[in-house]
Design a protein around this ligand. Structure first.
Ligand code: RP5
Length: 186
């Protein structure tokens, strides 16, 4: 990532990689403040056994593009949300690479960070079956969680609105309708 201030976002990538059991390292490498370190990091990554690089940066976010220019490893870019332009600057800086040097660009912020890890796992899964299986399990568990909680209102804290979970007149009426027109409601 370009700055330690990006960690709040990029920790979601690290946590997701950890959950999937993907070995990884996390580093602050700035395209603007430590350009020599960036070149060294990108140039030596392949030799060190790194297979995918996730680069998160904000504002005039040159890190992912410059990293990609110095390696043929896949580089995934996460646009970190900036204060002034809400990450639109980061998104465009990372996504709008000229033809020839690609950066796989994810969504702005936390969602992009999580998805960068999932996409990295999908890429690594072609070579490492255990990572592909971990990804399959992650997706199945996610589907299960959604199916197990179809009604957010059922688990909402109604007491903060001065309500109880006892059915009110409208719900009772709906229940009566439901019973009287059996089979018509989902
Ligand atoms: C970028 O500038 C970093 O990726 C960060 O998102 C942004 C601001 O950096 P700091 O000023 O917080 O270090 O290079």
């Amino acid at each position: 990532m370009g700055s330690s201030s990006d960690w709040e976002t990029m920790e979601h990538a690290a946590k997701t990689l950890q959950e999937l059991g993907v070995p990884h390292e996390t580093r602050v490498v700035s395209a603007h403040r430590t350009p020599d370190l960036l070149f060294e990091y990108a140039e030596t990554a392949e030799k060190r056994g790194i297979e995918v690089i996730i680069a998160g940066a904000g504002g005039a976010a040159h890190l992912p593009g410059m990293t990609s220019s110095k390696t043929v490893l896949p580089v995934l870019g996460v646009p970190v949300e900036s204060k002034t332009l809400k990450g639109l600057d980061s998104l465009l800086s990372i996504a709008q690479m000229p033809g020839g040097v690609p950066v796989g660009t994810l969504a702005i912020g936390k969602a992009g960070a999580i998805n960068s890890a999932l996409l990295a796992a999908a890429i690594l899964g072609a070579k490492h079956p255990e990572i592909r299986e971990a990804l399959r399990k992650f997706r199945a568990a996610q589907t299960e969680r959604v199916l197990a909680n179809p009604d957010p209102a059922a688990s909402a804290d109604l007491t903060k609105f001065g309500l109880t979970s006892e059915p009110g007149p409208v719900e009772t009426a709906l229940g009566a309708t439901s019973r009287s027109s059996k089979g018509k409601r989902a």
